[in-house]
Design a protein around this ligand. Structure first.
Ligand code: FMN
Length: 383
């Protein structure tokens, strides 16, 4: 959440800020355990499979649900499953986005393995591809083979820098054609990547992404799905290092003052809710360009490939010091956002049946830091 905006609603929170200043409170609000997986990646694991997986768990994924579950077979082999308890049934009824997130995971796994001289063999849906609903069959078999002449993927250098940036972007800085070109050169399977920095299309997409997100805010069950996943303050984040995290000394003080609560966040008449809406306005209207990933069909394998492509785009953006944030509301498959779904497909899909699978705004902004993760051990299945 944006500090400046919350200042407006602070009121009595300032009392708490004053009361806690100098007590060490401000120094201890960072969820250090929840951020440990970023430090542990590549450093505490010696076997190749855990080493690569310790990076894979840092992949972007919807609402930071971290739906991956891994069954370790040996030091080089594993099976990837989707955790059925980590879906988003309201806003992602067919788990399309969850599968895209698993695609991001697989790409990061493969990039990390290459840095150790291992080629990642990945067999998608080895026991069959799920239909409309995900089932308990595996998402992929993973196996690592040493290949001494293998070149490390250059995007590896960005694994620990990449982040989703939810702050307003700098509207005085354009995204150059060359930078856009670099992002769109990603090639994975049959996905089609397209970009724009043209003022006209950018402005249309700014409005469309804003309106779709406002609609999601105002659709009670869709918004409640997000609110239920909000982790407010350090203690909640450390207990559940997933979902949407609201942390930092200032937001802690609002929480202690009873201003920042799940109830307020869900109440359209509350200042917390209204503040959220104005942040939506600020963020969407500061997009300086957009990137989108389309597929001709909507097979599960296409969704995995979209994730793999998005992973590469996000790492490339990080290499370019470009901020990126997926803006998924207009692409979602529930009735309240259907008008936006139709408009965006009329605008960005070229052929009948073509799907816009991911849309992200890009621009420049200061880094916002990594997001919490469950430790790798918590995502490994017990035998
Ligand atoms: C398929 C997909 C859809 C996403 N949609 C959104 C979105 O609409 N808005 C947003 O802020 N982040 C979105 N994200 C980003 C995730 O929220 C983010 O990856 C997650 O919270 C972890 O944070 P990190 O990327 O900074 O590591 C999406 C990610 C994926 C893979």
């Amino acid at each position: 959440m944006h500090r400046r905006k919350f200042l407006k609603i602070a009121g009595s929170a300032s009392v708490i800020v004053a009361a806690t200043a100098g007590t060490g409170f401000f120094l201890t609000r960072s969820p250090t355990d929840a951020l440990k997986p970023w430090k542990n990646a590549g450093s505490i694991y010696s076997d190749p499979i855990r080493w690569a997986l310790s990076y894979a768990i840092l992949a972007p994924n919807p609402h930071n649900r971290q739906p991956w579950l891994v069954d370790l077979i040996s030091d080089t082999d594993a099976v990837l499953y989707c955790d059925p308890d980590r879906l988003l049934p309201v806003t992602d009824p067919f788990s399309r986005q969850i599968v895209i997130g698993l695609g991001c995971f697989l790409e990061l796994f493969s990039i990390a393995a290459s840095n150790q001289g291992y080629q990642a063999g990945i067999r998608y849906f080895p026991e069959g591809e799920p239909g409309e609903k995900l089932d308990r069959r595996p998402i992929a078999y993973l196996s690592l083979k040493q290949q001494p002449d293998l070149k490390a993927d250059p995007l590896f250098t960005q694994c620990l820098n990449r982040q989703t940036n939810r702050s307003p972007f700098d509207t005085s800085r354009q995204v150059s054609d060359t930078t856009l070109q670099g992002l769109s050169e990603v090639s994975v399977g049959d996905v089609r990547v397209a970009v724009t920095n043209s003022e006209k299309l950018r402005d249309e997409l700014r409005v469309l992404t804003r309106d779709a997100m406002v609609t999601e805010f105002r659709t009670a069950d869709a918004y409640q799905e997000s609110v239920d996943l909000m982790r407010i303050g350090r203690a909640e984040i450390e207990r559940n290092p997933d979902g949407i995290f609201l942390s930092g000394a200032f937001l802690e003080s609002l929480r202690l003052a009873g201003i920042l609560t799940r109830e307020n966040l869900a109440d359209p008449n509350s200042k917390a809710f209204q503040t959220g809406l104005s942040m939506v306005e600020e963020n969407t209207m500061s997009a300086m360009g957009f990137i989108w990933i389309n597929t001709l069909g909507n097979e599960r394998i296409s969704q995995i490939e979209v994730g793999r492509a998005y992973m590469r785009i996000a790492l490339q953006a990080s290499a370019e010091k470009l901020a990126i944030q997926p803006m998924s509301q207009a692409l979602q498959e529930y009735s309240a956002v259907e008008p936006y779904y139709k408009t965006i497909h009329a605008s960005l899909a070229q052929q009948p049946g073509e799907r816009v699978q991911m849309l992200a705004r890009i621009g420049y902004a200061a880094n916002t830091g990594p997001t919490p993760r469950w430790p790798l051990e918590a995502r490994i299945m017990e035998s």
